[in-house]
Design a protein around this ligand. Structure first.
Ligand code: ITT
Length: 188
């Protein structure tokens, strides 16, 4: 089974390939940019993006939206995660967390799937963890150097990618998509 994935982020494609290969799917990257709606919900962003890209592309497609949601910051940066990373970076986020005891955070991911003219569907996946006091590790991307998932002592950036992929928000969202697709589109 194959799926087209519209994203500007090569790290996401690489991870999605690793995750979906285990589930028997192939991923093809499509370079179509799409506008992101302003909403606090990754599901809303994924639903809207999937519909837009499916219509533009004239074929079934997945898109994916991810954000880092930090409880002590009232779930900031959330769906603004890319903007925040591109402006103040992880060091800016760590500065906001100085002296903050509640380090709880979660990555939330939504995979949006749509066929042209159809209704988009969203599949969510989240992973709980904490914000470390300093960036650690060279692996992964984005916020990985400051995120430690529950039950771990290493940041996502310190874990081999297969280990991150086994537990990540992206893994959970893609697994939900595949479970649905097997049920709803068995011929694919
Ligand atoms: P798209 O074209 O797919 O939208 P993007 O990089 O804009 O690619 P998002 O808006 O979904 O992706 O990502 C928001 C930010 O969160 C962005 O800065 C990413 O680097 C970061 N991010 C996404 N997934 C991540 C992960 O698994 N680990 C760490 N950071 C991640």
């Amino acid at each position: 089974m194959r799926v087209q994935f519209a994203t500007s982020n090569e790290h996401k494609v690489a991870e999605a390939r690793g995750i979906l290969a285990v589930l028997g799917w192939e991923v093809e990257r499509v370079a179509i940019d799409y506008p992101e709606v302003r909403s606090p919900s990754v599901e809303d962003v994924a639903l809207d993006g999937a519909r837009y890209v499916a219509d533009k592309l004239g074929g079934p497609v997945i898109v994916e939206d991810t954000g880092l949601f930090i409880r002590a910051l009232k779930w900031f940066p959330g769906t603004y995660s890319k903007y925040v990373l591109n402006t103040v970076d992880v060091t800016g986020v760590l500065r906001l967390m100085e002296g903050v005891d509640d380090r709880y955070a979660e990555f939330r991911c939504a995979v949006g799937f749509c066929e042209p003219g159809g209704d988009p569907k969203a599949f969510a996946g989240a992973v709980p963890g904490t914000i470390n006091h300093a960036p650690l590790g060279d692996g992964g991307f984005g916020y990985d150097p400051i995120f430690i998932t529950e039950g771990e002592s290493r940041t996502f950036a310190q874990m081999p990618v297969e280990e991150k992929n086994a537990v990540s928000h992206r893994r959970r969202a893609l697994a939900a998509f595949v479970a649905w697709a097997r049920e709803e589109m068995p011929g694919r």
